[in-house]
Design a binder for this molecule. Sequence first.
Ligand code: SAM
Ligand code: SF4
Length: 453
Amino acid sequence: MINKEYINGILKKAKNPRYDEIKRILHKAKGRKPLNHLDIVMLLNAHDKKQVREIYKIAGEIKEEIYGNRVVMFAPLYISNYCVNNCKYCGYRRDNKFDRKKLNMEEIKQQAINLEKLGHKRLALEVGEAPVETPIEYVVEAIQTIYDNSSIRRINVNIAATTVEEYKQLHEIGIGTYILFQETYDTEAFETQHPKSLKGDYDYHLHAFDRAFEAGIEDVGAGVLFGLADWKFEVLSLIIHNEYLENKFGVGFHTISVPRLKKADGMELADYPNIISDEDFKRLVTVIRLAVPYIGIILSTRETKEIREELINHGVSQISAGSKTDVGGYHEEQETIDHDQFELSDERSVLDITKGLVDSGFIPSYCTACYRKGRTGDRFMALAKNGNIGLICEPNALMTLTEYIMDYSDEDLKVKGLDFVWKHAETIKNQTVKGKLIENIKKIIDGERDLFF
Ligand code: SAM
Ligand code: SF4
């Protein structure tokens, strides 16, 4: 699937795109025509400032067209930092000596309750790879515990590549998206970064989504850890991986995550010559938005407030908020951080992030309706591609924001947030949907919960 020679050939060919070539590609993107591999890399290499601004602008328009001004909110939950792998970039690698921790079911329940108190409804469950300490049965029990004891309604799962049998167990318990980052598509960098590890088998890792689909999982989320290898190679590889899955299973990635390498214990950023600049990072996010308009793009709190706010305007559709990357990190009172996986850059609270989004005219969405209505995999993509998803998503986002405001906000957000919700509800064009939405918002204000289309 990932042919290094082919990709390097395209990278070489696209090295110095001419002004008129970029103009032609931008014209294609504006007309919402599919971009080919050469087009995509040429856009990554565009250097004329006006044309670069045009890339941002089109990415913003596509974002607006498909996702409206919604931003889906979630939080990661780390339940164990035991790990048999030795990923050189990760604070949890086995060579780092510290007291490892794994939460028991009572602690997991408490974490879910604490996350719920912040207003979260959607989690990304994060676990190191440790077949003895945290076998699949432990992960499955953790998921069931969270669903049974909190109002968390969607659990996306980020665990190491595994077998069809184990993916079946995740599918049966009802996970949202199965997330796995390839880390790097460059075979040599992959092997250097994962020495003597279960995770070190490039092909097994690369074909994890094939096994997940075979097991019945319908939504998968990909990602690259940007900074390990040439970022242009990684972007084109992501696109090719997605095409491969679309051809084989009729559906590709549900989301793409774009984590950038951060400082962690036991590693120095200075050892990574491929760290990318903010400008290149923004370019890759906007070009991904142009290349695969229907795939959600996830940005974590590894990025600063400024970059997150800018990229929400130009392509990002999901962000994490109030995140902790240490095990059991969500406490009622502020406590010292235990051993975290890597450093964070946006440490604002969920409430502050929600307010910031509302102030900038975005609808923070705590919606999980598609998953619960069975709108997953190709059914979700069909709705997204014919434009009808917006009819459902915007009202759902407004209802979940109302619920958030009523249950978790302060007086300040209560006043301006509800005003914002009513103003948006008024702009809904479909009169039947609008009527039902207004009725539902009133019901939520009066105390009803969990209403969705
Ligand atoms: N252990 C599983 C795995 O490796 O697939 C589960 C997820 S791991 C807890 C989540 C992700 O964190 C990894 O896939 C990696 O991309 C990312 N990560 C690790 N170290 C990082 C660092 N120093 N900076 C930024 N992201 C990092
Ligand atoms: Fe373990 Fe995942 Fe960290 Fe690698 S990235 S050391 S597999 S927790």
